[in-house]
Design a protein. Structure first.
Length: 94
């Protein structure tokens, strides 16, 4: 069976304040009809992502991060291949 082209994966703890951002986004996306999109809740186990990357055209990873140069709640679009990307601190969960 062919995997959907796009994977949307999120990390976070729904019981831990702003760390709940990823799971909240996934809960909303699950209410939408999104053909060719797989939605994956990584919870507090981001390493699980590795088992789901094969045969994808795109990955969207949703997680709470801290960046001293951005306001709380601001959405950041980061290219993982850009070595000069912003300094970020990811949550303790991953």
């Amino acid at each position: 069976m062919e995997r959907p082209a796009i994977l949307v994966a999120a990390c976070g703890n729904p019981l831990a304040g702003d760390d709940a951002f990823g799971p909240m986004v996934l809960r909303h996306l699950q209410t939408l009809a999104l053909p060719q999109v797989e939605i994956l809740d990584l919870s507090m186990n981001p390493a699980e992502l590795l088992d789901h990357l094969a045969e994808r055209q795109a990955l969207i990873l949703v997680d709470a991060v801290f960046s001293p140069d951005h306001a709380e709640g601001e959405l950041l679009d980061l290219d993982c291949s850009d070595v000069a990307r912003l300094p970020l601190e990811f949550s303790a969960a991953g």
